[in-house]
Structures are given as structure tokens and as C-alpha cells.
Design a protein around this ligand. Structure first.
Ligand code: ZN
Length: 151
């Protein structure tokens, strides 16, 4: 595994719409492993492929230690409620804000074996899913921030 460089806000890569994965190749598996290592090293709870310079619809989320969700071609299939909580981003260091997100979401995605699965999450996990899936469409949390928090 290798730690990857995280692309920072201002780089065009973060504003691009990512392409779906059509085949899970050994390169994709390596990318997933490297993204997990990079996320953990940066103490983040999620990381999307464009944040490491890869314009593919891939993200990883780990809100509870050891419980990693690998999201390939993820999409939100259901959402409910609302939450306004604090959010930040590994690509936008030093900035924090309150965003408005659904309280519960259900995501459908493929895992590294190419199996489609569905996962539901609430609160922080729901925020993480929304945040990472937004990255795949070139959207950042500062776009939906309703209040910026000062240090
Ligand atoms: Zn982010």
C-alpha cells in the first residue's frame, strides 16, 4: 500500500465530474487500498478518488474505526430528515462549516468484488456518504455550507 498525495482546493481536478468504473481491475483494487491508507494517515473519515487525482466514481468511508465502506459507482437511493452539523474536508484544510444534509441516507454501490450492495447510514455516516458522493460530481462542502466556523 502507498500513501497518496491529497489534491487541495483550487485544483481543477476537484471540480470535475468523475467517470463510472466499468471494470474492477487490479489497478482499482490497489487504488482502494491506497485510498484507505491515505484517509487513515490524514485522520479523515472519508476520501474520494478525485482527491487523489483520479477522476473515477470511487470513494471510501470509515466513520467507525475498522468499518470501511468501499463505494464504487455509488448513488444515493433514499434519504430522509435533515441535519445541520459541522463538516470539513481533507482537500480544504483549516476550513470548517455547518452544512445542511439529510439525516438518513441509503446508498447503493459496488464493492471490490463487483458485488452490488446497499448500506444505510444516519448522522455522521450519512454526512460522510453525501460528502464523498458530492466529490464525484465536482461538489465540495463549501458549496452547501450554510455557516462558516471560525477557529
Ligand atoms: Zn472532502
Amino acid at each position: 500500500m502507498a500513501k497518496l498525495k491529497i489534491v487541495k482546493h483550487g485544483d481543477e481536478t476537484l471540480r470535475k465530474v468523475c467517470r463510472p468504473v466499468d471494470k474492477i481491475t487490479p489497478r482499482i483494487i490497489t487504488l482502494l487500498d491506497d485510498m484507505i491508507e491515505t484517509m487513515r494517515a490524514a485522520d479523515g473519515c472519508g476520501l474520494a478518488a478525485p482527491q487523489v487525482g483520479v477522476l473515477r466514481r470511487i470513494a471510501v468511508v470509515e466513520v467507525e474505526e475498522g468499518e470501511v465502506y468501499e463505494l464504487i459507482n455509488p448513488r444515493i437511493v433514499a434519504y430522509a430528515g435533515e441535519q445541520q452539523e459541522q463538516e470539513g474536508c481533507l482537500s480544504i484544510p483549516g476550513r470548517w462549516g455547518i452544512t445542511k444534509r439529510p439525516k438518513h441516507v441509503t446508498v447503493r454501490a459496488f464493492n471490490r468484488k463487483g458485488e452490488e450492495y446497499e448500506v444505510s447510514g444516519s448522522d455522521l455516516l450519512a454526512r460522510a456518504f453525501c460528502h464523498e458522493i458530492d466529490h464525484l460530481d465536482g461538489k465540495l462542502f463549501i458549496d452547501c455550507m450554510i455557516e462558516e466556523l471560525k477557529e
